[in-house]
Design a protein around this ligand. Structure first.
Ligand code: SRM
Ligand code: SF4
Length: 573
């Protein structure tokens, strides 16, 4: 290893395949934390060391240690769980976590507030229902996402099979997870016998994300990820192959223009039999070509920008032994979820529920966690988590549909939400996220109530408009692909981005900076008024803000920052 690699590279190299001193650190009772190097390694095991930021000031005053606890992220390819698995996660959340479950934008479940001494018990319970948190975080392939397409079960079957195959193929081989959390025996011979054929000792330069999309739905936001597969079907609905996308990503840092969100490029078309081979080749090229010195420049999107798509494609073809064909035509219509019942091809029903910002909990008048538990007790199909933090009760036989619908309706999971609210996503942010600059999940519902009033005044309540909020520019709710993106700048202050395409194919552009609650409403109100009176037939809000000159359309790559902030510089209209 050369001298100038980042600190994380040294930690990985010295970790003995992700073991570090985690096992010892767990036994250390004097602190609720673990040492900094292990805190980096524990991410590969699906956990983050966090502290309750609401409690920080008081604990600092009292000279107490921060209120440390762990977030555990489960790996659930395609977001599909059995009712038994749902019940197990609900159980550990209540016994060992903060009582709630959090559905994420990558179709997984996060548990917050698990203290160090409960980690093993939690992970053993998760293991008992054949789930795991290995590789849910860290510099490695994360949870593989897949379209939730209840109404198109044949396409969904092929897509979920690919998602699972890629997920399995790209799993790390180290036995460290089993040894540390599940009391497995250390492999005889130790390090010599561990082989990571795909990753090697230092894994990837940075996180890596794969999705599988089935048009016309782009619910997975295929252009936001390192590697994507867009299903190409024949006239009968059978999948014949995949358009492969590379180089998408959302993260950036305020004020650092050489960091930017980027929509993925289409690399070409491949057959089903080549799809997993290509995933491995993309991962190994990024392993070898990705930036290991500067973590802010280490995602695949920067490798593609630096080397060029043609060079990257040629190397992937060489390593995979395949030749891409020209991309096949496809069309996406939206990134949102289809709420309520839809019919599967076998006559079973699928019920999509709205879970505000993915937080599953019981609050006064809406015992949603208890309701979902009640459904899990009677349901024999699946629970499918959507990329918009919602939930599908899938494969419900006709005879059970009325009962399941009644339970969901009574808990407010089927309420008649406005077009803005049903297309809203917010990241976790405070109090658990250590990187949050502003509130997100705890603030967006109230902001939506205020914006809904303005939309109602212009007769726009039923219009689907995509709004996404994050507490910092890292992009966990994919805010740069929202028609209205709000990104935390500081306590109570947000940057406003406009002009993304409704179907997730174009990013938005900075429109106004550093807005407080009143400023957000004052900025959006005239845009809503103009949209109501000036829009063309069928024109989406994002497209309207571009056509009407409120913001410039964003192209790819570094173009995100070009011509930003029309409001400050004088609107172009
Ligand atoms: Fe994220 C870091 C939450 C999806 C880009 N993300 C974090 C951490 C772990 C904060 C940290 O590093 O200390 C957050 C934990 C908050 C908490 O208290 O739970 C966090 N990210 C989330 C979740 C839970 C948001 C949500 O509300 O659902 C999502 C969990 C996904 C999962 O189940 O695996 C989540 N994060 C995303 C996405 C969206 C996606 O993957 O589709 C992105 C943008 C796509 C991308 O990766 O480019 C995203 N998260 C980031 C980044 C910026 C990465 C970058 O390239 O710059 C960070 C910070 C980092 O890695 O340095 C981050
Ligand atoms: Fe935390 Fe920022 Fe991600 Fe929100 S976008 S969860 S504040 S890292």
């Amino acid at each position: 290893m050369t001298d100038d690699v980042s600190r994380n590279e040294r930690i990985k190299e010295a970790s003995d395949y992700l073991r570090g001193t985690l096992a010892d650190g767990l036994r250390e009772e004097i602190t609720g934390a673990i040492i900094e190097d292990d805190a980096q390694l524990v991410k590969f095991h699906g956990m983050y060391l966090q502290d309750d930021r609401d409690l920080r000031p008081e604990r600092t005053r009292k000279k107490m240690e921060k209120a440390f606890a762990f977030m555990i992220r489960v790996r659930i390819p395609g977001g599909v769980l059995t009712p038994r698995q749902w019940l197990a996660l609900d159980g550990v959340a209540r016994v060992y976590g903060n009582g709630t479950m959090r559905l994420t934008t990558r179709q997984t479940v996060q548990l917050h507030g698990v203290i160090k001494s409960n980690l093993k018990a939690t992970l053993k319970t998760i293991d008992a229902v054949l789930l795991s948190s290995i590789a849910a975080c860290g510099d490695i392939n994360r949870n593989v996402m897949c379209n939730v397409l209840p109404e198109q079960s044949r396409a969904h079957t092929a897509a979920i099979e690919l998602a699972r195959s890629i997920s399995d193929h790209l799993l790390p081989r180290t036995p460290a997870y089993r040894e540390i959390w599940l009391d497995g025996e250390r492999i005889a011979g130790g390090e010599e016998e561990v082989v990571e054929p795909i990753y090697g000792k230092t894994y990837l330069p940075r996180k890596f994300k794969v999705v599988v999309a089935v048009p016309p739905s782009n619910d997975v936001d295929v252009f936001a990820h390192d590697l994507g597969y867009i299903a190409i079907a024949d006239a009968s609905g059978d999948i014949v192959g995949w358009n492969v996308t590379v180089g998408g990503g959302m993260g950036m840092t305020h004020g650092e223009k050489d960091t930017y969100p980027r929509t993925a490029d289409i690399m070409g078309f491949c057959t089903n039999s080549d799809a997993v081979k290509i995933a491995e080749a993309v991962v190994t090229v990024q392993r070898d070509w990705g930036d290991r010195k500067n973590r802010k420049h280490a995602r695949l999107k920067y490798t593609i920008e630096d080397r060029g798509l043609d060079t990257f494609r040629a190397e992937v073809e060489r390593r995979a032994g395949v030749k891409f064909a020209m991309p096949e035509p496809f069309a996406f219509t939206s990134t949102g979820d289809r709420y309520g019942w839809s019919e599967g091809i076998d006559g079973r029903g699928h019920l999509t529920l709205f879970v505000q910002n993915g937080r599953v909990h019981d609050v006064a008048g809406a015992a949603q966690q208890a309701a979902l538990r009640a459904i899990a007790h009677v349901h024999e199909g699946e629970f499918r988590i959507t990329p918009n933090q919602n939930l599908v009760i899938a494969n419900v036989p006709t005879i059970q549909q009325a009962e399941i619908e009644r339970i969901a309706r009574d808990a407010g999971l089927l309420a008649p939400w406005s077009g803005l609210r049903r297309n809203s996503v917010a990241c976790v942010a405070l109090p658990t996220c250590g990187l949050a600059l502003a509130e997100s999940e705890r603030y967006l519902p109230d902001l939506l109530t205020a914006l809904d009033e303005r939309l109602a005044a212009y007769g726009l309540s039923a219009d689907d408009i995509v709004i996404r909020m994050t507490g910092c520019p890292n992009g966990c709710a994919r805010p740069y692909l929202a028609e209205i993106g709000l990104v935390g700048k500081g306590p109570g202050r947000y940057n406003l981005y406009l002009g993304a395409a409704f179907n997730g194919s174009r990013m938005n552009k900075l429109y106004a900076e550093d807005l407080d609650h009143a400023g957000i409403i004052a900025s959006l109100d005239p845009l809503f008024a103009a949209y109501a009176s000036e829009r063309q037939k069928g024109e989406r809000f994002g497209d309207f803000t571009v056509r009407a000159g409120f913001v410039a359309a964003t192209g790819n790559g570094a173009d995100f920052h070009a011509n930003a902030g029309s409001q400050q510089q004088g609107a172009t209209r």
